[in-house]
Ligand binder design. Structure first.
Ligand code: FAD
Length: 220
């Protein structure tokens, strides 16, 4: 569900490609619900903020997005937390994303320069959820359809992945347990240097409002 918002966004700091920020929406009983979302696009001249809400979670924010209508009001935090840019000298990046990290991957790909190689493994719950990805970089995308445990296809793809030659980065955004499985594999078997790894849990199975600080680095 794509929601394009206008409002008091003068001077808002969008944090760059793939940045995240807090969204606040009203909930029953005068409560406010806060969850983390990605800046899919921000147009400072028009004051327009675009957010892509996945509809896979079973929580209050997803319920709000399902029924949102033109004219509804919501709030966002004053600035977004920085997104991702490839490290200096990186010639390639390998991205693992599930449905709710696709807005970040889309924004990151749009920012990559020509001459860079991007390899994307994207898991969606329905093949029809595969979206068009645009980039000046040379992109190859494998669309994986969820089967069994969420993100299991991503973990399996990581198990068969080969890192391209030369310096490059791995970016992971998906369910917390799967993110840790992929991290372990790229740092261990694939021997990726720690500083080239960028990982974050986008949600955690059976947990409401999982922390957006969960990078999986607690395992090191
Ligand atoms: C950095 C960051 C950026 C994010 N950007 C986006 C974005 O742009 N678009 C987007 O759709 N989501 C994004 N998310 C994920 C989003 O914050 C969560 O999915 C959020 O938990 C949804 O809130 P909720 O109130 O619907 O569910 P919650 O109340 O948080 O959770 C209710 C139940 O749903 C389950 N659940 C939560 N998320 C998912 C999911 N994605 N798939 C399946 N089950 C789930 C939980 O395990 C729990 O059992 C991002 C998360 C992070 C950390």
């Amino acid at each position: 569900m794509r929601i394009v918002a206008t409002g008091e966004l003068d001077g808002w700091n969008d944090g760059g490609p793939g940045a995240h920020f807090k969204v606040f929406v009203p909930a029953p009983d005068d409560e406010t619900v806060m969850r983390t979302y990605t800046v899919r696009d921000f147009d400072p001249d028009e004051g327009r903020l675009t957010i892509d809400f996945g509809l896979h979670a079973d929580g209050p924010m997803t319920r709000w997005a399902r029924s949102a209508a033109v004219g509804d009001r919501f709030a966002v935090a004053g600035e977004a937390r920085p997104g991702y840019a490839p490290g200096a000298g990186a010639r390639w990046c390998l991205l693992f994303a599930d449905h709710c990290a696709l807005p970040a991957v889309s924004a990151v790909l749009e920012s990559l320069p020509a001459g860079m190689e991007a390899i994307v493994f994207a898991e969606v719950t329905d093949a029809a959820d595969a979206t068009e990805l645009t980039s000046a970089a040379e992109v190859s995308t494998a669309w994986l359809v969820e089967s069994g445990r969420p993100c299991a296809e991503l973990v399996a793809a990581a198990g068969n992945a080969v890192l391209p030659e030369g310096p490059g980065d791995v970016w992971i955004g998906c369910e917390a347990g799967a993110m840790r499985d992929i991290r372990r594999h790229v740092l261990g078997a694939l021997r990726l240097p720690r500083e080239a790894l960028h990982s974050r849990a986008y949600w955690k199975q059976n947990v409401e409002n999982h922390s957006d600080h969960d990078t999986g680095s607690d395992e090191e």
